[in-house]
Write a protein that binds this ligand. Sequence first.
Ligand code: ASP
Ligand code: MG
Length: 416
Amino acid sequence: MKVFKFGGASIKDARSVRNVAHVLNHFPGEEILIVVSAMGKSTNKLEELVNCFFHQQDNCQQIIEELRAYHFEIIKELFPADEHRVHNDIEILFSQLEIITQGNPQNTFNQVYDQIVSYGELISTKIVSSYLNSNSYQNKWLDARRLIRTDQNFRFARVDWNFTARLLKDTIKEGNRYVIQGFIGSDDDLNPTTLGREGSDYTASVLGYVLDAEEVVIWKDVPGVLNGDPKIFDGTELLHRISYREAIELAYYGASVIHPKTIQPLQEKNIPLSVKSFLHPSEKGTVISKGADLEPLLPCFIKKDKQVLITIATRDLAFIVEDHLSKIYKVFHQFGVRVNMSQNTAVSSSFCINYDAMITPQLIEELSRDFDTSFNENVRLYTVRHYSEEALSRVKKNGQMLLEQTSRNTYQVVMA
Ligand code: ASP
Ligand code: MG
């Protein structure tokens, strides 16, 4: 069995949904489990609805109407006959959404969030599954709320692997094809939960792991994983192969490749993860698997905006020693802040972190209690993996260097 994941952009309108069928036609007779996100940007719209309902504002009905209009425009194009069952199925889901948002919120924000936002995937999968069935791609619709079991950490739920494996193995039968929601699951009481924004890739990985899939494919609007974001860097090229480890490294430094969480389970069972273009389904794209770091071995460029460079010095010009560092890292930990780059001198230490309007000022205040603290706001962090002289000179042109670091494989520079 293969697991295919189609994200919001790949089903954003009727033409895109038809293209999903076109992609699947390249795999005749294959057992495929299709994981689908919410259509287009509907998760963002549903988040607006959550805020509206939770804060009891009066435009909730209007937001529902916009969502309804968006989805029914797609349905009308895909199923011109009014009597098709999908019209009714989707109406039912929208009435449920209306009922939920009519009363007062009875639960915590995060629980209400999961209850409402999960409708994006329930609606999209009904549409995609019905469309495929009406185009002779027979498949069964699955309800992830009955199959992906999680804890009650609403909005950031963690998967109960054993229970989920049992549920899935009882349900998924050989020789069939299925359509299931990404991103959602439920707790033991069957309250809907979600796995964190952009969580559908992770769902695909969970399914791949549990069902010992032969591969997991993520279909995207790009040819695969490139050696830099083409919106930022010129002349980017396609990476044909990336090792699991290198993919995790790239994600760690901020590449929007694939979340490390998605890669880890697949790595454990040695299941390849491909990233392919839904516009060119016969092309190979990028395969993330066991083996050499990168093929071709190109420098990879990553840029992180909205960084803050904090420099911390001892008040009495004493050397910075382990004791100070452990104090400093404890503060970072307490504020849930990850250090993207750090460097020490005798009497000072510098740390590059993501700027957060809520957290950063408080963090700096806390550090200033014990140390002399200075900082540069609005700086950028560039990382180059597998650098060459030519690659470094390209990056160094981008501004005034504040802090630079080179290790065997990785070059990083903070720029004003
Ligand atoms: N629909 C969810 C989101 O937009 C999950 C996903 O797309 O992966 O975050
Ligand atoms: Mg999405």
